[in-house]
Design a protein around this ligand. Structure first.
Ligand SMILES: *[C@@H]1O[C@H](CO)[C@@H](O)[C@H](O)[C@H]1NC(C)=O
Ligand SMILES: *[C@@H]1O[C@H](CO)[C@@H](O)[C@H](O)[C@H]1NC(C)=O
Ligand SMILES: *[C@@H]1O[C@H](CO)[C@@H](O)[C@H](O)[C@H]1NC(C)=O
Ligand SMILES: *[C@@H]1O[C@H](CO)[C@@H](O)[C@H](O)[C@H]1NC(C)=O
Ligand SMILES: *[C@@H]1O[C@H](CO)[C@@H](O)[C@H](O)[C@H]1NC(C)=O
Ligand SMILES: *[C@@H]1O[C@H](CO)[C@@H](O)[C@H](O)[C@H]1NC(C)=O
Ligand SMILES: *[C@@H]1O[C@H](CO)[C@@H](O)[C@H](O)[C@H]1NC(C)=O
Ligand SMILES: *[C@@H]1O[C@H](CO)[C@@H](O)[C@H](O)[C@H]1NC(C)=O
Ligand SMILES: *[C@@H]1O[C@H](CO)[C@@H](O)[C@H](O)[C@H]1NC(C)=O
Length: 736
């Protein structure tokens, strides 16, 4: 009898508290996935890429109106704009930027770039001045000097030049794109005394099958000889330049002046210009000085690279002319909702930016068009099935991402407290680059759901299906399998999200679980046509998504189904055990290797070693605790309920405003943005920074325990992580 009662109770619990709120999950899921239509994505992409639309321009305002109308027509609720006043940067359309080779004495010009890329597909690329070549936040003005080649412009490249006796002081530094964020290259060049910088796309990066026109766009996805990469030079993850840490709302008051922004090197004072490889050839092939062959600085041109300084004809110098201006403009984010039926105050957020350097068919149009389709498919599914998600789904289209994550960062700064209370996850797609494989950056607590979702999305590549890889997951695992998650060898690589797109503020400033995903080539994290004039819909239609936009459709299906899972599973699918595994077997294992090693050599590090032992024991406790909770969640409805309501705030435990005084926007103790390369992320960089200070310190006394000294500094940095883990454990205690 008691057994029977128990069974009935269990059956009842399962019914009212199943895996999903939706009793018809399988049906809803398949209707939703099937509602995503590749041809609708293509139609939207065509509309939003008809004109160049840089942030702050009337053309971009028109794109914003188009998106808002699409969302309203689809049936999203409360569609509205959120406006900010941001300091943006523009080129001068009437005075293009140029690089010339001139005679030092007479000023006579031997060679001069046109400053505009050639139009290749006239019916898509002919808007006057769409083709102008420029970089946002470049200094304004003209510089004349001798060229020096600095390879990728990383710290090690400048150190190499120093080592072989070449100074870049008052020189014009020629740097190839690649390996790190362009803003970091320019900041370093300025620090080493450069007068101006030329950033160019080397054939080694963008024309790997050769520079002959038959091998490049429009015959392939490789960059043609006149193409340049545009982009921003702002260095900071703080959104608007003049309002770090506060929202740039209309009647606010700026925290910085423009002069202070220059002083802090957030933007460069020197002129900077982008060049195509067609133009760069004329400069690099004429350099004098030592060959670079010994130093791994040879690119893809057919001559031997030299460092300079200067030209083989010593009468020649370079002249860089840049016309660049700063302007405060109104930017507009667009927000829309599907309100949740059960937990309306828990938000599953989908986001993408809509501003572009030129037409932006890949970056960001591909993501923008897919997001509009996801919105349409959700509402259509609701109409067809009478289903409504349990939690609220929020749609965001960000403005001014290209100038430096401005729209999303200002939003996060304005709504920090509300988002901290309500946001469950933030799902970002910036762009779809290629047809190779799905690829994702995310945090460990999301791994399981991301993998599960990838397993239910059909493979968009027919050849892959014929090879037996029928799902998105199959190709993903084949392409990016690594021993990335020691406890889950079936998980493909999922790196930590960096500051390369709008998820940065959500994760690094407020501790919201995020994912950033795309389709890309195995060998390329970027794509050759990146930020060029040639990002028009031709690239998708005729080069990399030629099968009725199957890749775009697939990203839409994944996005919608992932959002549905977070919005509709009774227990929010964020897994603390998988996080605890990763903390113990990956992050802390690595740190122990480094710190215990150092401690063996230096007895002053005894406090640090002790503190790390305490942190490690605490991570064991967390793992033990979360495994016990996993069991209870499955068997006890009351545990499942409180777990779900608390688990999405676990990540907030790692937000600590005291972590990085130099980068106050970077507040996540575990996941940080490298200040040498804003495109890269690392674990516990505030700890590793102290480790490397210790490794560098030659004076034993600076390492000694004692206030302000390095041993103490390291112990304190480790303890900060410990407080974060302690907070996670507290999150699951019934009383505090
Ligand atoms: C150029 O190379 C020569 C021969 O290797 C060397 O002696 C000289 O110091 C180098 N000059 C510079 C500026 O590196
Ligand atoms: C300089 O280099 C260019 C390109 O390699 C070559 O055509 C030219 O003859 C060289 N000039 C001198 C003075 O060596
Ligand atoms: C080297 O490259 C340039 C520019 O692409 C081309 O004009 C030239 O013919 C090439 N030379 C050789 C020897 O391949
Ligand atoms: C994340 O977004 C950035 C910005 O476009 C992109 O370059 C990067 O490839 C993305 N990474 C993944 C794995 O989606
Ligand atoms: C993308 O991958 C395909 C197939 O592996 C390859 O042929 C192509 O060259 C790659 N493209 C880029 C830009 O890496
Ligand atoms: C996939 O992209 C490659 C270039 O990387 C292209 O050659 C191929 O045709 C594309 N496949 C489809 C179906 O579009
Ligand atoms: C896990 O926690 C439980 C309850 O607190 C405790 O009894 C057990 O010894 C712990 N197990 C380990 C391996 O630490
Ligand atoms: C978390 O993942 C582990 C390992 O895959 C699994 O056993 C556990 O049930 C999951 N926990 C929750 C709450 O889903
Ligand atoms: C340690 O020294 C290396 C090599 O000289 C340097 O690149 C690094 O910035 C130094 N780190 C610190 C924290 O001083």
């Amino acid at each position: 009898m008691r057994n029977l009662q128990f069974l009935i109770i269990c059956a009842f619990i399962l019914f009212v508290f199943g895996i999903d709120f939706d009793p018809n999950r399988a049906k809803t899921q398949s209707v939703l996935i099937n509602n995503i239509d590749g041809l609708k994505i293509k139609e939207t992409l065509k509309t939003i890429t008809a004109y160049p639309h840089v942030a702050g321009t009337p053309q971009n305002a028109r794109v914003a109106d188009t998106i808002a109308n699409l969302w309203k027509r689809a049936g999203l609720e409360d569609v509205h704009f959120k406006e900010y006043e941001a300091l943006l940067s523009y080129s001068d359309n009437d005075r293009p930027n140029h690089v010339s080779i001139i005679d030092k004495a007479t000023g006579k010009t031997f060679f001069k770039t046109i400053g505009m890329s050639p139009v290749i597909i006239p019916y898509e690329q002919s808007t006057p001045r769409a083709n102008i070549q420029w970089l946002a936040y470049s200094g304004d003005g003209t510089a004349i000097g001798e060229p020096v080649y600095a390879n990728y412009g990383r710290e090690e490249d400048f150190e190499k030049l120093k080592e072989i006796g070449i100074s870049v002081k008052d020189k014009i530094v020629v740097i190839r794109y690649g390996r790190c964020y362009r803003g970091n290259k320019v900041k370093l060049a300025q620090k080493y005394g450069a007068k101006a910088v030329i950033l160019y796309s080397d054939p080694a990066e963008v024309a790997q099958h050769g520079t002959h026109p038959s091998n490049t766009y429009p015959n392939s996805e490789w960059m043609p000889s006149g193409g340049v990469q545009r982009g921003s030079l702002k260095v900071s993850s703080g959104g608007d330049i003049l309002t770090p840490l506060v929202p740039a709302i209309k009647d606010g008051y700026p925290t910085l002046t423009i002069e202070e922004a220059y002083e802090k090197q957030i933007i460069p004072r020197i002129p900077v210009i982008p060049l195509s490889y067609g133009d760069a050839y004329h400069i690099l092939s004429r350099l004098s000085g030592n060959e670079t062959v010994d130093y791994d600085a040879q690119g893809g041109f057919n001559f031997t690279y030299r460092y300079g300084p200067g030209f083989n004809d010593s009468n020649s110098v370079i002249k860089v002319e840049v016309n660049s201006k700063l302007e405060t403009k109104t930017i507009r984010n667009i927000v829309g909702y599907i309100k949740g039926a059960v937990e309306p105050d828990q938000y599953v957020i989908l986001g993408n930016h809509y501003d572009a350097w030129v037409y932006g068919s890949i970056d960001p149009g591909s993501g923008t068009a897919v997001l509009a389709e996801v919105a349409r498919a959700f509402v259509k599914t609701m109409q067809q099935t009478n289903w409504r998600p349990a939690r609220t789904i929020m749609f965001c289209a960000w403005d001014a991402e290209e100038h430096g994550l401005i729209g999303s960062t200002e939003f996060v700064e304005e709504f920090e407290k509300q988002l901290s209370e309500r946001a469950v996850v933030y799902l970002n797609v910036d762009n779809i680059k290629s047809n190779g494989s799905f690829s994702a950056e995310t945090i460990p607590s999301m791994f399981a759901q991301v993998v599960e979702t990838a397993k239910v999305i059909r493979n968009p590549v027919e050849d892959e299906i014929r090879a037996g890889r029928t799902t998105v997951y199959d190709t993903w695992f084949k392409t990016f399998s690594t021993k990335f998650t020691p406890c889950h060898p079936d998980y493909p690589e999922m790196a930590i999200p960096a500051a390369s797109s709008d998820m940065a503020g959500f994760l690094n400033y407020i501790g919201i679980p995020v994912i950033n995903f795309t389709y890309r080539n195995a060998s390329w994290t970027q794509y050759p046509l990146y930020h060029s004039l040639y990002e028009t819909i031709f690239a998708q239609e005729h080069i990399f998504d030629t099968n009725d936009f199957a890749i775009h459709r697939s990203i839409g299906q994944f996005w919608a189904e992932l959002a549905r899972s977070y919005a509709d599973k009774t227990v929010i699918p964020l897994n603390v055990t998988i996080f605890a595994d990763q903390l113990k077997y990956n992050y802390l294992a690595e740190l122990r290797g480094v710190v215990y090693d150092l401690a063996l050599k230096h007895s002053e590090l005894v406090d640090s070693a002790n503190q790390l032992k305490i942190l490690s024991d605490l991570s064991d406790r967390l793992l033990n605790r979360s495994r016990i909770i996993d069991n209870q969640v499955q068997n006890d409805i009351s545990v499942a309920k409180w777990y779900s309501n608390r688990v999405f705030k676990v990540e907030r435990c790692f937000i600590n405003p005291n972590m990085s005084p130099e980068q106050p926007q970077n507040r996540h103790l575990l996941y940080s943005i490298s200040d040498k390369n804003n495109y890269a992320a690392a674990t516990m960089s505030h700890v590793y920074d102290v480790v490397s200070e210790i490794e560098n310190a030659t004076d034993v006394n600076t390492r000694k325990d004692g206030p302000g000294q390095l041993g103490v500094k390291l112990a304190r940095a480790i303890a900060l992580v410990q407080y974060g883990v302690n907070c996670v454990i507290n999150q699951f205690d019934d009383v505090i």
